[in-house]
Design a protein around this ligand. Structure first.
Ligand SMILES: Nc1ncnc2c1ncn2[C@@H]1O[C@H](COP(=O)(O)OP(=O)(O)OP(=O)(O)O)[C@@H](O)[C@H]1O
Length: 269
């Protein structure tokens, strides 16, 4: 589905990503891991159109999408969520979901006055979809809560919900487990798995929590110092000497052990 072909990125004198080639297969939940500064976010940003690669190409279903801006990728069904959820904190959860679908006729004053039938029809379709998303993510009980009052984990669920409002096919998830307590982490994991299984979403996930990566992702790609150093199932990667060394260099080798909990994860709910 996504093919990253020999992609590099240089910022001034810093080579953040060097000659990375990898594939995210349709229907997969693919992981992207590596110690801090490995180049994961830079790679994500290039796929998501935040900036173009210095070299190389990105293909979506065989189509060259290198350098296309996020709004064009959005219409092709490719979206990225951010490490820190970008909810509108003074709007309710329901309103946050309602504003996502682009090009709603009611946004146009002319349509709002003269084509109110169409606007009404669209509004009701959006409301139905919002209800479906709230129900799917089991957050109906906070639908009328201000998004700013949600816990870290609930904000991540809302972020997934906003993705669902876009009819995305390919979702780049940036640290869905960061700052989330264990209970909500289980809910987020389940929501991702169900979206994948039941609704056909393909995911590529950056995550520091190795337990979450193990539970969700196959295959997993490992980056270090801007390069792709290994790919495979998490069970193999835990035994891979080069991968262990990369984490050791970053002082985080403990993350590669079973049931390890990374030190930079908060535990706020
Ligand atoms: N806009 C930028 N300007 C200059 N250097 C940058 C920029 N963005 C990233 N870098 C550098 O590129 C390298 C890779 O950073 P990147 O954020 O992609 O790593 P990462 O693997 O996502 O790390 P983390 O897990 O800490 O988020 C780092 O050395 C970083 O300092």
């Amino acid at each position: 589905m996504i093919q990253i072909d020999n992609v590099s990125k240089t910022f001034g004198g810093i080579q953040a990503v060097r000659g990375v080639s990898l594939e995210v297969a349709e229907g997969s939940i693919t992981g992207l891991i590596g110690p801090n500064g490995a180049g994961k976010s830079t790679l994500f940003n290039m796929v998501a159109g935040l900036f173009p690669p210095s070299e190389g190409r990105v293909l979506l279903d065989g189509r060259d999408i290198t350098g296309l801006p996020p709004h064009k990728l959005f219409h092709l069904g490719l979206v990225r969520t951010f490490q820190i959820p970008h909810e509108f904190s003074r709007m309710t959860v329901r309103e946050n979901l309602m504003v996502v679908p682009p090009g709603q006729s009611g946004e146009n004053l002319f349509n709002a006055w003269l084509r109110w039938g169409r606007v009404k029809q669209e509004d009701s379709a959006v409301l139905d979809k919002v209800d479906d998303v709230l129900d799917f993510l089991e957050i109906t009980h906070v639908a009328d809560e201000l998004a700013g009052n949600l816990s870290g984990g609930q904000k991540k669920l809302l972020d997934l919900g906003r993705t669902m409002m876009t009819d995305a096919r390919m979702v780049l998830l940036d640290e869905p487990g960061a700052g989330v307590n264990r209970t909500l982490l289980g809910k987020i994991r389940e929501a991702i798995q169900r979206l994948n299984r039941e609704r056909g979403y393909t995911f590529c996930v950056i995550e520091h929590d190795m337990d979450l990566i193990s539970a969700l992702c196959d295959p997993v790609h490992v980056m270090a110092n801007g390069e792709l150093i290994a790919s495979g199932a998490m069970t193999e990667l835990r035994r891979n000497e080069q991968v262990r060394e990369a984490y050791l260099g970053g002082g985080m080798s403990g993350q590669m052990g079973e049931n390890a909990r990374p030190s930079n994860q908060g535990d706020a709910s």
